[in-house]
Unconditional design. Structure first.
Lengths: 255, 243
């Protein structure tokens, strides 16, 4: 199973209903993703960082995740300043770095991290099963939520099955090399995993039907929204408004 | 329970695998109300298929299934039948699909219209009856093989079925868990049909024995004198065997 290192805790983010968090995360990430203002992205990143800090994530795992995400922004920093073009440029170690490129890379980095923090604070603090049920309650297509919930549960088993087959091959002396034999063997392994997963899916479906499944998953733990949830949602939407309002404010220093 | 109306009855059932010319089951006639039946037979002789036909997972080519005196003819009838019959799969991994034990055990009751609170209550009491107290929040795929089997049994018992169909329940169980399962099954009020190759297991849980031989379902005679060859440490010393 995919680990959920941030899903368990007792902060106010962990206690809130998944529906409220889904709406808040959707609204906030939409604003952050669509903005082209440094102020909005910067303030957003800062605020999301503060909220994330309040949800008390495990520092070690958090750092690893931040590094993973910024591994991608790192490539932007490698390419954009050199390729973006434009009239303004900075000379650095005999390189012409485009100012526009640096600005774009900064903006993208800020936005990426702000949205990432937002998701860690609001979504990663709920177990995935709750998010799935929350999505269904919010009227997301049922097929989509099933897909999410079942891939989450079954990916692990499929992976295990693949490993078992791979082990069986290795135990019989299979050493991967650049040969037709290797490619064929991997082809068989993938094919067999696919067939096995298909059969398993069919049996699980049977098990579900036998226990009265008629097409809708009924969540076990989904208490109705309470006042705190509503208050939290209102607060998050106010935060959205605040971020939106920044973009209308003419900052004298903004480019 | 009236004797005239069995819980479930199969009449003249015929089945062969799609695309296969040789039939797997022929002229199967069977009825059960409150009996505890063991089913033995060679690998691939159609034991599991027999269960799947009863549950409506496979459709017989010919024949009738009568459930509580009523002929089963459509999906809706099968839905009713399935809520009364519990089928324990050979592989528990196929049966447990929810992240936590409690969610899995509550899945059936929820589908049958129980409120979340009721479902929770039924599930916890079912788990307790099986000696699985405190298992509610365990992750299903991280359980041991024996625990998985017992939890899978709980997922079925939580639907309060009248008849249990158990497909090789004692497979891969260690002696302690096997003994525990025997005691559980003996203590249940439900009728059951158990597929197994473990004759001792069947002897301690069933009162009748059936077998599928040459595509036909037959009842075995009650007692047959036979001997076993067996091996264990100190076998050359005079010794007694437990019952």
């Amino acid at each position: 199973m995919i680990e959920e290192p941030f899903a368990h805790g007792s902060t106010l983010f962990h206690k809130r209903d998944s529906r409220v968090k889904l709406i808040a995360a959707g609204a906030l990430s939409l604003i952050l993703a669509l903005t082209d203002s440094f102020a909005v992205a910067g303030v957003g990143c800062l605020l999301m960082g503060l909220l994330l800090w309040a949800s008390r994530p495990e520092p070690k795992i958090l750092c690893r995740r931040i590094l993973t995400v910024n591994f991608f922004t790192f490539f932007l920093w490698l390419t954009l300043p050199l390729t973006y073009g434009g009239n303004e440029s900075i000379h650095f170690l005999s390189l012409h770095l485009s100012l526009g490129g640096i600005k774009t890379a900064t903006l993208i980095s800020l936005k990426t991290n702000a949205i990432f923090f937002c998701f860690l604070t609001l979504l990663a603090t709920s177990p995935l099963a709750n998010l799935g049920h929350g999505m269904e309650k919010l009227g997301m297509p049922r097929k989509f939520t099933f897909l999410l919930l079942f891939s989450y549960r079954q990916l692990f088993i499929i992976h295990q099955e693949y490993q078992r087959l791979q082990r069986a091959a290795r135990l019989r002396g299979f050493i991967p090399a650049n040969s037709i034999h290797t490619y064929r063997t991997y082809g068989y392994l993938f094919g067999m995993t696919l067939v096995k997963s298909w059969n398993r899916a069919e049996r699980i479906h049977q098990a579900m039907i036998l226990r009265g499944f008629t097409g809708s998953l009924i969540p076990l733990n989904q208490p109705p929204l309470n006042t705190k949830d509503r208050f939290f949602l209102a607060l998050m939407l106010l935060l959205c408004l605040f971020l939106l309002s920044i973009s209308f404010y003419k900052c004298p220093y903004a480019a | 329970m009236t004797l005239s109306k069995p819980l479930i009855e199969l009449r003249n059932i015929y089945y062969s695998y799609p695309g296969s010319k040789t039939p797997l089951l022929q002229d199967v006639n069977f009825a059960i109300s409150e009996e505890r039946i063991g089913l033995i037979g060679e690998n691939g002789c159609g034991k599991t298929t027999f269960f799947q036909i009863i549950m409506g997972l496979l459709q017989a080519e010919k024949g009738e299934i009568i459930f509580q005196g009523k002929m089963i003819s459509n999906k809706k009838d099968f839905r009713e039948l399935r809520s009364t019959l519990g089928f324990l799969f050979q592989n528990s991994d196929d049966q447990l699909f929810s992240p936590t034990v409690l969610e899995d055990v509550a899945f059936g009751p929820l589908n049958m219209g129980a409120t979340p609170d009721e479902a929770k209550e039924i599930s916890i009491s079912t788990l307790e009856k099986l000696g699985l107290h405190g298992f509610e929040d365990r992750i299903t795929h991280k359980l041991s093989g024996g625990e998985k089997k017992l939890v899978a049994l709980a997922t079925i018992l939580s639907m309060q079925p009248k008849l249990l169909l158990l497909d090789e329940p004692s497979n891969n169980l260690d002696p302690t868990t096997r003994e525990r399962l025997i005691n559980i099954l003996r203590g249940l009020k439900q009728a059951h049909i158990i597929i197994s190759h473990d004759l001792d297991f069947l002897a301690s849980t069933c009162s009748q024995l059936y077998t599928i031989q040459d595509t036909h379902l037959r009842r075995c005679e009650d007692k047959q004198i036979h001997s076993h060859e067996h091996v264990h440490p100190y076998g050359d010393q005079p010794h007694q065997h437990g019952t």
